[in-house]
Write a protein that binds this ligand. Structure first.
Ligand SMILES: [Fe+2]
Length: 296
C-alpha cells in the first residue's frame, strides 16, 4: 500500500470512530431508560401492594422531543399510580419555567396519578417571587409540594406516610445557614431539620423524598423506610465495575449515584436523572426514570 493510501485509511478509521461515538453520545443523552425495581416490605399495607411509583428527577428543563412528547410517552407507558419528582425540574440558571410546567401539565392531563414533589438546589436559585409563582403553578396542576411535614396517602382504606425535605439549601436560605455543603452530612443539619419536622406517629410505612442522595447517612436516622433521591446525574460518566466518575457535592468516584442502596433497614433509590446543565454530556449513562413496584 502506498504511503498516501495508508494515511487516508487511518483518517477514515479515526473519522468512523468519531462519528460512531458522536452518534452513541446523542443516543445516550436523548433516549430514556426506565429502570424497574421491586421493593418488598411487610409494612406495606394490602391496598398498596403492587402500586407503581414513577420517579422523575433532574429534568433541568431538558426536552425530549417537541413539548417533551417522548418523555411523556415513557411516563404514560409506565402506568404509574403515583409520580414522585425529586427536584431540579429547572436548570441551574433557569428563570424560565416553561419546559418544567409543560411537563407537569402533560402529566396531569394524561395520567390520573397523584404527583408529589420536592425542590432541588436549582429551584432554590429562583428569587422569592419567582419561586412563589412556580409553586403556585405546580399546585394549580394538582402537585403536592412536600415541605418537611409528614403527609398521609390514602388508598382503599389503608394509608402510608410520605415526607419530603426541602432542598438543604432552602434551610440555609430560610434560617441563615451557611452554604449547605457545610451542613449536608452533619449532626447539626440533622438536628436542625428534625427539630422543625412534625414527628411521625405510629409505625406506618413511610417514604421520603429528598433531592440530595449524598445525605443518605442523615436520612437513615429518620424514621423512614424508603427514600427517593437524585442530584448525582448517575455520576455523569459511568465507569466499569459499577463505578462513576463525578457527582456534585461528592466529587470524583462518588458513593451514591444511581440505583438502589440499602443500609440500616433503609432503602434509597437514586435516579440518574434526565437532563444536564451547561452542555455537559452524559457518557455510558442514559437519561433515566425509576419505576418502583411496591410489594407487601
Ligand atoms: Fe441538584
Amino acid at each position: 500500500m502506498r504511503k498516501e493510501q495508508k494515511i487516508y485509511s487511518i483518517i477514515a478509521c479515526i473519522l468512523s470512530v468519531v462519528l460512531f461515538f458522536g452518534a452513541y453520545l446523542y443516543w445516550d443523552n436523548n433516549t430514556i431508560e426506565v429502570s424497574e425495581y421491586v421493593y418488598q416490605n411487610d409494612k406495606i399495607p394490602e391496598s398498596f401492594d403492587s402500586v407503581r411509583i414513577l420517579q422523575i428527577s433532574d429534568l433541568e428543563s431538558k426536552e425530549f422531543g417537541e413539548g417533551n412528547s417522548y418523555l411523556l410517552e415513557k411516563c404514560i407507558e409506565a402506568k404509574p399510580d403515583y409520580i414522585f419528582i425529586t427536584g431540579d425540574l429547572l436548570g441551574s440558571s433557569d428563570t424560565d419555567t416553561t419546559v418544567a410546567l409543560n411537563l407537569i401539565k402533560g402529566l396531569s392531563s394524561n395520567l390520573s396519578s397523584e404527583i408529589y414533589y420536592v425542590h432541588g438546589n436549582h429551584e432554590m436559585l429562583l428569587d422569592d417571587n419567582a419561586l412563589a409563582t412556580f409553586e403556585a403553578a405546580l399546585t394549580q396542576f394538582g402537585v403536592h409540594i412536600l415541605d418537611g411535614e409528614y403527609q398521609k396517602i390514602y388508598r382503599g382504606g389503608d394509608c402510608v406516610n410520605i415526607l419530603g425535605f426541602q432542598d438543604v439549601s432552602w434551610y440555609s436560605r430560610e434560617y441563615g445557614f451557611h452554604y449547605y455543603r457545610d451542613y449536608a452530612d452533619t449532626d447539626e443539619y440533622f438536628e436542625f431539620v428534625w427539630e422543625r419536622l412534625a414527628r411521625q406517629t405510629g409505625d406506618d410505612f413511610t417514604m421520603l423524598l429528598s433531592h440530595h442522595c449524598e445525605c443518605f447517612n442523615i436520612y437513615k436516622r429518620f424514621d423512614v423506610d424508603l427514600i427517593f433521591s437524585g442530584h448525582a446525574h448517575g455520576g455523569i460518566v459511568r465507569l466499569p465495575f459499577n463505578n462513576a466518575l463525578f457527582a456534585p457535592e461528592q466529587g470524583f468516584f462518588p458513593e451514591y449515584f444511581a440505583g438502589r442502596y440499602e443500609s440500616n433497614g433503609r432503602t434509597m433509590f437514586v435516579s440518574r436523572g434526565l437532563g444536564m446543565t451547561n452542555g455537559v454530556l452524559r457518557v455510558f449513562n442514559r437519561a433515566n426514570l425509576n419505576l418502583i413496584v411496591l410489594k407487601k
